[in-house]
Design a protein around this ligand. Structure first.
Ligand code: ACM
Ligand code: ZN
Length: 715
């Protein structure tokens, strides 16, 4: 007789579509039941994978391939590919593939048929049954990638391993590591140890001035070559190739701070930048630079087995070359007045260095814009769909990753955290990206290698990066959607995919330990009553005045909707908070802004006082400097938010300080400390003025930004 558990799992084996989806499973009679004798067996070449699987299944690896009761991994003859065949029979499970990568994919397909706890590595209990059947599948795209910016936020080795694991569960097969940018250099270069030893740490007494994160404290890190070799191996076992990126010739302020001679030969403006040279480009005309680049790229080529080395090429500030006498002379020699030709020249020289070492360049789309760059290159199209179009039309192998759908540092709805410069989007937008519908011809589609998501980390550094919470929330389920799109496309449609996400994949992500984002609940406030709905399995909660969350079980009557916020949670997942529009309403009482610091006449204080745009002072703050917000009349409000700088950029804030409030315009009382240059006040009576007082000496910039206040009315 079948146990209830066995019945349930036989059913699951066919109903639980995988993530990415498996090819259709052709059912067979019977079931495979995990028992005390169940073990793993593998061909010699797949033994490392068998040992990997043993940790998840909680079963030993045995020597002999034959016999019953085994999960067998076999390497088959044929052109190596990522395809696999998964056969579940009453007395064995067999995964066959022509490459270890294919076998890994098959193993992940098997994991998805098992109880989600498989990801928690607690072992599969005896009696667990899988309905018999045969599935064969292969990925639609050969490039299923994720880019992680470890330059802006340092990501420790254990955190990176965790991320690699999470990607591998989703059959992502490329990890593009952004190892060097303006704000950090994260890979040891043995011939130039200073690059990582100095460039890996910013803030404090480092020559690398922080634009993001902490200002006064020196912090950071880098990967030694030994650590990176072990990461490469760790990823390779999981069918992930690590592709390194050294972003050149722009985004190079960090190496420019460590090795100032690489920059152009003209005196930089450091007066308006409080002494810091923020120039970010390599001088193209300085021949010694190519010697240094040979040494750096030589080590990178040696260290990383990937056939492609990403050499950047995005957002170069060519104005620096126009000011450089050497670069100008070079333009003359090249017979051009267009500084972009200098980039073409620079990138070609790098491509030649790579070619001499048997490697090909990968670049951001700007580097291929003129069309002169070698067709040996792979182009990452990020600026727009049009840029991907252009690259494929020119015949470049292209990875599609327009920021508007694939940059997972973008916020997911208007009021969530994250950037918004490219767009605001959730997993649905990623999932629904359809190259054919975006006008790519068949010929262009043949040049599409696949898709890549990106997690840029400028603001991750302000979110406790030692914990993965923010990264998880931003990346999942958007990575799931990306993985599905790249593995099998999106023909099943969002509704079907979404159902699968909620009913199957949320449980898997919870077992993987991912703090994923749930879609927000639908909220309605009408006739004095809140009604909230969400997915069946998630719990709807609400808070009143940000108090302790309570469970929402039935419509809530209230005459004060602005006090309520709603969200959902399910296991390790949580949704953003949503509220009635009244919660967000703001007022703009007549105001003047003054300061002990003079104003920048181009961005005067009146702009902030008119609630229109940020204003700026003309110098950095010193100890005792103040910014004063004076209301025309004493003003009631339920909340007032005052901010200096930009939320995530410490350099234009009053870094440390406090706030004082005045009820009469004469006497001020201390009311709280600034945090990240800002403070939220909830005054219990009318206020006439608020003063922010600096306790820091300097903020790393020659000015302070003053944001318009955000004031919520008494309702
Ligand atoms: C990029 O986002 N600058 C590649
Ligand atoms: Zn120059």
């Amino acid at each position: 007789m079948k146990s209830p558990l066995l019945l349930l799992l036989s059913f699951l084996a066919f109903s639980a579509a995988a993530q990415p989806a498996p090819g259709p499973m052709i059912p067979r009679e019977g079931a495979f039941v995990f028992g005390p004798a169940t073990a793993l067996a593998a061909d010699e070449a797949l033994l490392p994978l068998a040992h990997y699987a043993a940790e998840y299944l909680g079963r030993p690896v045995r020597q002999q391939m034959t016999g019953t009761g085994a999960v067998v991994l076999t390497l088959e003859p044929g052109e190596p590919s990522e395809a696999y065949r998964l056969e579940i029979a009453p007395d064995y499970i067999r995964i066959g593939a022509t490459s270890p990568g294919g076998a890994f994919n098959g193993l992940q397909a098997l994991f998805r048929l098992l109880p989600p706890e498989v990801y928690a590595q607690q072992g599969i209990p005896d009696g667990t049954a899988l309905a018999c059947g045969i599935a064969a599948d292969r990925p639609k795209y050969s490039y299923r990638g994720m880019m992680l910016d470890v330059a802006r936020t340092w990501v420790e080795v254990p955190m990176l391993k965790r991320f690699i694991n999470l990607l591998s569960y989703h059959n992502i097969n490329k990890l593009h590591l952004h190892l060097a940018d303006d704000d950090g250099w994260r890979i040891q270069i043995k011939s130039h140890p200073e690059l990582a030893e100095i460039g890996g740490f910013r803030g404090g007494d480092s020559p690398v001035a922080p634009v993001y994160g902490k200002w006064s404290e020196k912090y950071g890190g880098y990967y030694t070559q030994d650590e990176m070799r072990s990461l490469i191996e760790y990823a390779a076992l999981r069918n992930i190739e690590i592709i390194p990126e050294i972003d050149l010739p722009g985004h190079s302020r960090c190496i420019g701070s460590v090795r100032p001679e690489i920059r152009c030969s003209y005196p930089p403006d450091t007066v308006t930048t409080a002494g810091t040279d923020y120039r970010s480009a390599w001088c193209v005309a300085r021949e010694e630079n190519y010697v240094l680049l040979e040494e750096i790229l030589g080590e990178i080529c040696e260290l990383f087995p990937s056939p492609y080395i990403h050499i950047g090429g995005d957002e170069v500030e060519v104005a620096q070359w126009k000011k450089c006498p050497d670069c100008r002379a070079m333009m003359k020699r090249l017979g051009t007045v267009n500084p972009h030709r200098l980039q073409d020249y620079f990138m070609e020289r790098l491509a030649a260095m790579l070619a001499a070492r048997g490697k090909r360049p990968a670049v951001w789309n700007e580097a291929a814009a003129s069309g002169t760059f070698t067709r040996a290159s792979r182009v990452h199209g990020w600026t727009s769909v049009g840029a991907c179009h252009a690259a494929t039309a020119k015949g470049y192998r292209t990875v599609i990753m327009p920021s508007e759908c694939f940059y997972f540092d973008m916020r997911q709805t208007l009021r969530e955290e994250g950037h918004s410069w490219a767009s605001i989007f959730d997993a649905r937008r990623t999932y629904e990206f359809d190259p054919a519908a975006r006008g790519f011809s068949d010929r262009q589609l043949r040049h599409v290698e696949g898709f890549e998501g990106a997690f840029w980390t400028e603001i991750y550094t302000s979110h406790e990066p030692e914990k993965p919470d923010y990264m998880d929330y931003m990346c999942f389920p958007r990575i799931c959607a990306l993985a599905r799109l790249a593995w099998s496309g999106n023909d099943e449609g969002w509704e079907s995919y979404y159902r699968e996400l909620v009913t199957d994949h949320y449980d898997r992500m919870a077992a993987m330990g991912i703090g994923f984002r749930l879609f927000p609940p639908q909220l309605r406030y009408a006739n004095g009553t809140f009604t909230a709905t969400a997915d069946d399995n998630s719990e709807i909660c609400y808070t009143v005045d940000d108090g302790r969350p309570k469970r929402y079980t039935k419509p809530l009557r209230t005459a004060e909707p602005h006090r309520y916020r709603f969200f959902t949670r399910y296991k390790t997942g949580r949704s953003p908070q949503v509220a009635d529009n009244s919660y967000y309403r703001v007022i703009a009482p007549a105001l003047t802004v003054t300061s002990s610091m003079a104003e920048n006449p181009r961005v005067p204080f009146a702009k902030a006082a008119a609630y229109k745009a940020p204003a700026r002072t003309r110098r950095a703050c010193r100890r005792g400097d103040w910014v004063l917000y004076t209301f025309a009349k004493p003003m009631s409000c339920r909340e007032i938010f005052l901010q200096t700088g930009h939320e995530q950029l410490p350099k234009t804030q009053i870094t440390t300080g406090y706030a004082e409030v005045s009820y009469d315009g004469q006497n001020f009382v201390h009311i709280g400390e600034l945090e990240n240059g800002s403070i939220t006040l909830r005054p219990d009576r009318k206020i006439k003025a608020v003063r922010l007082v600096s306790t820091c000496h300097g903020n790393g910039t020659p000015y302070v930004t003053i944001q318009p206040p955000r004031i919520k009315p008494v309702l």
